[in-house]
Design a protein around this ligand. Structure first.
Ligand code: COA
Length: 252
């Protein structure tokens, strides 16, 4: 099951040879360096090595206040923005290009999870998922969150490859937040992998603030985790799986 943030490796014909695997990884690294610079490429190396050796997971916690949203649907005349029904999600899930697992239709029917989308006619151009009250670790990079009623967790944002680069990811989030605001929601919270520069760029452009990092690793068989000092006082609890008792943190 995918979380909000993923980075897609450049696809090459799969062969079992270690040499081809190395070439594929180098090509991903070169693409990262060309698009986002050397620091991003180094971060990607650290992430991959840390992930292999220590099961390292590092994410940015980002926060979007409804007052900071300036996007408007009028800037996207070719698209319709709205929540999708469970039936629509089941239908879109039949096409693997949309990266939607069939069980996501059940989530949309549970009354706590919502999918907000940009539609180009009957094509799904972009979407994002939104959870109220709490979110399971598998949808939050391994960190469970419990939110107050005025905060919604955003996850599993996706723009179909044919529509990437049109700022739809940000538009979907901003307009979803506006719709939620009618129900007294004042902010979105989300997590973005520290290596996902495309998503971080998109978030920054929309007005998200970075609240700090959440990190987790396995050191000598024990789970070590850390939340940045700024991740306090926003009424959000972070529950780390694997800890003997759940830890309560608040996000600044
Ligand atoms: C991350 C993602 C949601 C961005 O969607 P988007 O609607 O294209 O967002 P934007 O138009 O704001 O583009 C953001 C950045 O993506 C990169 N981008 C642009 N066109 C792209 C393309 N055709 N292919 C890949 N990345 C592209 C650019 O770096 C762009 O920033 P820039 O225009 O300032 O250089 C999308 O790339 C995606 O679905 N990726 C796979 C799933 C994922 O990572 N989801 C993250 C969810 S939180």
């Amino acid at each position: 099951m995918s979380t909000c943030v993923e980075q897609v490796e450049h696809e090459q014909p799969a062969t079992p040879a270690a040499w081809d695997t190395l070439r594929r990884k180098l090509s991903t690294l070169r693409a990262e360096q060309t698009r986002f610079g050397s620091r991003s490429a180094l971060r990607l190396i650290a992430d991959r090595i840390g992930g292999k050796l220590l099961k390292l997971k590092v994410v940015h916690v980002v926060w979007l206040d409804v007052n900071d949203v300036s996007v408007s649907a009028a800037s996207y005349p070719d698209f319709t923005f709205r929540f999708l029904s469970a039936e629509e999600i089941a239908r879109f899930a039949e096409d693997p290009a949309y990266d939607l697992e069939p069980e996501m239709a059940d989530r949309a029917a549970d009354g706590r999870n919502f999918c907000f989308a940009a539609l180009d006619g009957d094509r799904l151009a972009a979407y994002g998922w939104y959870a109220r009250d709490w979110i399971e670790p598998e949808h939050c990079d391994g960190f469970g969150l419990r939110m107050p009623p005025e905060v919604v967790y955003m996850y599993k944002g996706f723009t179909h490859p044919d529509y990437r680069g049109k700022r739809l990811h940000g538009a979907v989030m901003g307009l979803a937040l506006r719709d939620f605001a009618a129900d007294r929601v004042r902010a979105l919270i989300s997590t973005v992998e520290w290596t996902n520069d495309a998503s971080l760029k998109s978030c920054a452009r929309l007005g998200y603030r970075q609240l700090g990092l959440l990190a987790r690793a396995r050191v000598f068989g024990r789970t070590w985790w850390r939340a940045g000092a700024k991740t306090r006082e926003r009424g959000v609890e972070i529950i780390t799986p694997g800890a003997a008792k759940s830890a309560k943190l608040t996000i600044v």
